[in-house]
Design a protein around this ligand. Structure first.
Ligand SMILES: *[C@@H]1O[C@H](CO)[C@@H](O)[C@H](O)[C@H]1NC(C)=O
Ligand SMILES: *[C@@H]1O[C@H](CO)[C@@H](O)[C@H](O)[C@H]1NC(C)=O
Ligand SMILES: *[C@@H]1O[C@H](CO)[C@@H](O)[C@H](O)[C@H]1NC(C)=O
Length: 627
């Protein structure tokens, strides 16, 4: 079966949909503003290339360069010894190249390799802007398209000439590419659609699509479960022109009597899977979504699609109903409902689900017809650029009204890598490895960090410091601290306006230094006549001569032992005062002590009149007497 004839047929079927009525292909644009020189200042539309990574939600400034040779950029710039690497501190280079002679993607790839930060392709004919797409199924191009990371835009021929003239006149041409309005952002929920296909054998595009779905699943499910997005999958189908409905091609590619068709996966009608099998699986995936959506778990579609890819690939001959049913079962979906939703594939009648898909293919409002597969539509605008997790998340995130975007948009998942360069100009503490620079889809923001539950406060650019009770945990709150011989001291105060203050026993500013106070030399303590003073780090030691005991609270020496009655009574007084302060609880102890003291006094008197066995017995007698 001739492949060419098949292609012709596909083209015909596709055309018959688009050519039907008021077909409209909307080119997604971003704006390009010339900021200098003065004489050509102004804003122009440019069409976002469908590869590379456009900076959805952000903008990018650069200096335009038009190479003297290789102006169509179809060859590697290496051969001409040309480099676009911008010097440190200067604006990134935007390379202006001419349309023609080779694929758009190749021009952009060559410019990227030579160090360009973005590419502007000047159209070579006067026409309305078109979308620069990736080449179809070209084996050699596939390798580099994946690696294009810079954004590209097509500009109109006349505008291109204006730029070239200014550059050749010796002007420094600076432009600003702006994607901030590329996706409307009216509210706090983003609606997005993916026009996809269950065919896993269509080459590079199918591989890219499958990779994307696998990669993006996690983020998609977080967004959907959080109610931040409403996602709807869509599947493109074609229909067979009426004159061909009974042909072998249409019979093998279509269901419902030529109404819904898909191209043969291997482009060979006689072997492998037919287009019809693809349509049926597409229909099943649509129904999986509907049934999952009815049970308020629309995100199960992502699970089904990725599981099906892994478990039921065409190459293992498992791309069939049986395998699909296993996946449906393992996800706990209602297989009967899904079967019912799919309807009768042999009926000579419309299938409501697929009919809706065909209708949706035709553009509405700002969206335009869907003709490129896969296509992502965000807030009713077609996404242009590489179908990769980071880039797509950026586009979806730019669809939220500012400040309503979910955390996933502000996390490391959406990296601009602007923090890598000079820390994005934000505050940082290199020693403690802390930074205020955060990558978000809008570019970097300088925001004081939250570290181990401690919020840093400040402007985020030149100044951040830990605040709140936990502040002393982080780098000791920026205050002095030191430890010696197992003693640690810190000048950090967790509360109040004063942040750093030397602890008692030290003097200094509390930030850089606190010095030990020599209490002995400075006559701050241990000054009584019997005292002898020894300074230590952060404190002092005081001892008393003879039998005297040092009382630190009163900084004085007192007698240790009550051998004389007088001193014993003095001791009782000390106890009495102590007890009075200690309160009633200790009263009994006092009484007992006093009693035993009195007992021993009485005993000492009685001993003068009669012999006693031994001293040790006395307390026992006393206790027996009491009992
Ligand atoms: C693209 O990038 C991958 C991984 O970074 C690399 O292995 C491959 O050689 C690159 N392809 C081309 C054409 O440079
Ligand atoms: C999915 O469910 C939501 C709300 O339950 C509804 O608004 C939406 O139209 C449904 N989508 C489809 C494709 O049925
Ligand atoms: C600093 O912290 C970052 C992230 O927390 C980490 O990736 C990096 O390795 C750290 N660097 C050093 C020098 O500790």
């Amino acid at each position: 079966m001739g492949i060419r004839r098949l292609r012709l047929l596909q083209g015909f079927v596709l055309l018959s949909v688009i050519g039907n009525c008021c077909a409209r292909f909307v080119v997604e644009k971003n704006s390009l503003t010339v900021t200098s020189p003065e004489k050509i200042k102004g804003t122009h539309d440019s069409a976002i290339g469908n590869f590379g990574i456009p900076q959805y939600g952000g903008s990018m400034a650069g200096a335009v360069v038009y190479p003297k040779e290789n102006q169509k950029a179809c060859k590697s710039f290496d051969e001409f010894g040309i480099s676009f690497q911008s010097k440190p501190g200067s604006l990134p280079t935007f390379v202006l190249v001419d349309r023609g002679d080779c694929f758009f993607a190749l021009k952009v790839w060559n410019a990227q390799k030579a160090g360009a930060s973005a590419v502007l392709v000047a159209d070579n004919i006067e026409e309305a802007l078109i979308t620069m797409d990736t080449p179809e199924e070209d084996g050699s191009s596939a390798k580099y398209i994946e690696n294009i990371t810079i954004p590209s835009a097509l500009i109109e021929k006349t505008f291109g000439e204006t730029l070239k003239k200014a550059i050749s006149g010796g002007d420094m041409v600076n432009v600003n590419l702006d994607w901030r309005e590329a996706v409307p952002h009216p509210d706090d929920r983003v609606e997005y659609e993916l026009w996809t296909n269950s065919n896993d054998e269509c080459g590079v595009k199918c591989d890219m699509l499958m990779e994307f779905v696998k990669d993006f699943k996690g983020a998609a499910q977080i967004l959907e479960k959080g109610g931040y997005t409403q996602f709807t999958p869509h599947y493109i189908t074609w229909y067979c022109p009426e004159a061909f409905t009974l042909s072998r091609q249409c019979k093998s590619q279509c269901i419902n009597h030529g109404r819904y068709c898909a191209p043969d996966p291997e482009q060979d009608f006689s072997s492998g899977y037919d287009g019809k099998d693809v349509v049926i699986e597409n229909l099943r995936q649509l129904c999986v979504f509907r049934v999952a959506n009815e049970t308020s778990k629309p995100w199960l579609w992502w699970d089904y699609v990725t599981d099906f890819q892994i478990r039921c690939p065409m190459k293992d001959k498992k791309y069939n109903k049986e395998c699909a049913d296993d996946v449906i079962k393992s996800l706990g979906l209602d297989g009967k409902k899904i079967e019912k939703c799919m309807g009768d594939r042999n009926a000579d009648a419309d299938n409501p689900v697929l009919k809706e898909e065909q209708d949706a293919q035709v553009g509405k409002g700002s969206r335009g017809d869907v003709t490129i597969l896969p296509t992502l539509v965000v807030n009713n605008r077609q996404y242009r650029g590489k179908l990769a997790k980071g880039a797509v998340l950026k586009a979806i995130c730019s669809g939220f009204e500012e400040t309503t975007e979910p955390a996933v948009c502000l996390s490391g998942d959406v990296e601009t890598n602007e923090c890598l360069d000079n820390n994005g100009g934000c505050w940082q503490d290199k020693i403690a490895n802390l930074t205020a620079c955060k990558d978000t889809f809008r570019g970097r923001v300088c925001e004081c960090p939250l570290v181990d539950g401690v919020q840093f406060k400040g402007d985020g650019y030149s100044h951040c410091e830990a605040s709140g009770p936990g502040r002393c945990k982080i780098n000791n709150g920026g205050c002095w601290h030191d430890s010696r011989d197992g003693h640690a001291y810190s000048a950090c105060l967790g509360f109040g306006d004063v942040k750093c203050q030397c602890p008692p026993g030290f003097k200094g500013d509390g930030v850089k230094s606190c010095e030990d106070i020599d209490e002995c030399k400075e006559k701050k303590a241990c000054q009584c006549p019997e005292c002898s003073c020894k300074n230590t780090w952060g404190s002092y030691e005081c001892s008393c001569s003879g039998d005297l005991l040092y009382i630190r609270d009163h900084d004085t020496c007192i007698s240790k032992r009550g051998t004389e009655v007088r001193s014993a009574w003095a001791a009782v007084w000390v106890i009495l005062i102590g007890l009075a302060m200690a309160g009633g609880g200790a009263y009994l102890v006092y009484r007992y002590r006093l009693r035993s003291y009195m007992d021993s006094e009485i005993r000492a008197i009685m001993a003068q009149y009669m012999p006693l066995d031994s001293q040790a017995e006395v307390p026992n007698h006393v206790s027996e007497d009491r009992a």
